[in-house]
Design a protein around this ligand. Structure first.
Ligand SMILES: C[S@@+](CC[C@H](N)C(=O)[O-])C[C@H]1O[C@@H](n2cnc3c(N)ncnc32)[C@H](O)[C@@H]1O
Length: 247
């Protein structure tokens, strides 16, 4: 997206508490920490359900903790963060509705602080080489009894959670040969290919709209198409701030 933060938060203020939910190895926190002066005194905290992903040797200002987004949060976290960021994690919510899974981190935001949610659309036009892969992703969501239109509902979720000044921005990220940066283009193909391999065991076990042979070829097909014509991943970025007067 060209930027690590889309919400209009002023990160040049001192001593901010920044939370990334579904932080994986802490990559986004590491990048954000590296992009800002260490003299600002910010604390960078990441939660993820899988502590085995956590990087070691992180800068001392970054802490990672095991915590699910669809579980109860400790009282001490409530209203304690200036900025909460969550990217591509909502589908991992198994024990709560999407609305509850958004409302909970909104309550972690300090009055006047910001939350930013980023999710990928699986049904956008002009996906290029991603079209067949996205068909399988939609089949998986449908089989699981979930909607795949949750990226379109992020503003509604934030509104119902009591956030204000809510906005959404849509980014069509060019991947594969369409990426302006060949290194990023190659990385995007590797990332998509790895993710699709991860979906295959599930896809094989459901009624899939692709014929079996096409399904088995889908990761190879997608890689070939991304190298040949490229593709797009559409991201919805929604953000809002907690009313300054909230308690
Ligand atoms: C697609 S990755 C995104 C990682 C990171 N946010 C990023 O954008 O680079 C999804 C991450 O969410 C985590 N995750 C999935 N379900 C979760 C849950 N219920 N609670 C907490 N983390 C979860 C996964 O372990 C994984 O690290």
């Amino acid at each position: 997206m060209g930027r690590l933060v889309i919400a209009p938060i002023d990160l040049s203020r001192s001593n901010l508490r920044i939370l990334d939910t579904g932080a994986a190895d802490g990559r986004w926190l590491v990048d954000l920490h590296a992009s800002l002066s260490s003299t600002l005194g910010h604390q960078y905290i990441g939660f993820d359900s899988l502590s085995k992903l956590f990087s070691t040797n992180l800068p001392s200002q970054i802490t990672l903790r095991e915590q699910r987004i669809d579980a109860t949060w400790q009282a001490k976290w409530q209203g304690s963060f200036d900025y909460v960021h969550q990217r591509l994690v909502l589908p991992g919510s198994e024990h709560m509705t999407h609305q509850e899974t958004v409302t909970n981190p909104c309550q972690l935001v300090k009055p006047g602080g910001w939350i930013e949610l980023i999710e990928q659309d699986h049904d956008s036009p002009n996906m290029g080489g991603m079209a067949k892969a996205k068909q399988v992703v939609r089949d998986i969501f449908t089989h699981a009894g979930c909607d795949y239109d949750y990226p379109h509902k992020l503003c509604e979720f934030l509104d119902k959670a009591g956030m204000e000044d809510i906005k959404v921005q849509v980014f069509d990220i060019p991947i594969g040969v369409l990426s302006p940066d060949p290194e990023m283009g190659a990385k995007s193909i590797w990332q998509v290919r790895s993710a699709l391999e991860g979906f295959m065991p599930t896809a094989r076990g459901i009624e899939c709209s692709l014929p079996r042979e096409e399904l088995e070829d889908m990761p190879d097909f997608t890689e070939r198409e991304l190298k040949r014509v490229g593709g797009y991943q559409r991201l919805f970025v929604a953000y809002g701030h907690r009313p300054s007067t909230s308690t």
